[in-house]
Design a protein around this ligand. Structure first.
Ligand SMILES: [Fe+2]
Length: 206
């Protein structure tokens, strides 16, 4: 891609996504903007500091588009790529920019860690930031709140599965992995994995 994305195009896109997130027809409208997308953006901006050659305009665009299918209640990813293309054309993104964005969204959606590690640094940043965002704020607790009819054990079990998916299928940058590892034990404990000893320091009895 030759040209950087125009900052005003990104601002317009961000505004549209923010408004879509707040619509009551979106099941996660109470929290998705503040406790997911804004956290993904914060993490991506911090990761960008480690990778100065990455194109920030692509990273920020991918941050705001990576959950477009979810926000617009579309099951099929393929139809959402067409919608993304349509939206970006309306916002005057250039053809080669749109092509790169759609290819990047497909790579992020693949959750194929081998493919992601082999992809552009912008894709790796957004995939890692998306995975790491689930270890910040109330993400796993919200799952419990949103599914009151499911047993607590089943809900925690699905959170543990999600933790594994984030760690092994999406998170590829070492800086993001270090951040997640620092809080992994506590997040697992909040989802039912109680350590075998609590007060005793690990150096004793081990
Ligand atoms: Fe996400």
């Amino acid at each position: 891609m030759n040209n950087k994305i125009n900052p005003s195009n990104i601002q317009q896109l961000k505004f549209i996504i923010q408004e879509l997130c707040k619509k009551e027809s979106f099941v996660h409208h109470q929290w998705f903007l503040e406790y997911h997308l804004e956290i993904v953006e914060l993490l991506a901006l911090e990761l960008l500091q480690y990778y100065p050659s990455a194109d920030k305009s692509i990273v920020i665009t991918l941050v705001w588009l990576h959950d477009y299918a979810k926000i617009t209640n579309q099951d099929k990813k393929n139809s959402s790529y067409k919608e993304v293309t349509k939206l970006l054309l309306e916002l005057n993104f250039e053809k080669d920019q749109i092509d790169e964005i759609v290819i990047s969204l497909k790579a992020i959606d693949s959750k194929d860690i081998v493919l992601i590690k082999d992809s552009s640094i912008e894709i790796q940043i957004v995939s890692s930031a998306d995975a790491a965002s689930h270890f910040v704020g109330p993400f796993h607790s919200i799952w419990l709140y949103e599914n009151p009819n499911v047993t607590i054990n089943k809900l925690m079990e699905s959170n543990i599965k999600k933790i594994h998916k984030d760690l092994h299928r999406k998170l590829c940058l070492p800086e993001a992995l270090r951040f997640v590892n620092n809080r992994l034990n506590l997040i697992k404990e909040l989802n039912g994995e109680i350590p075998s000893q609590l007060i005793t320091p690990p150096s004793i009895n081990s």
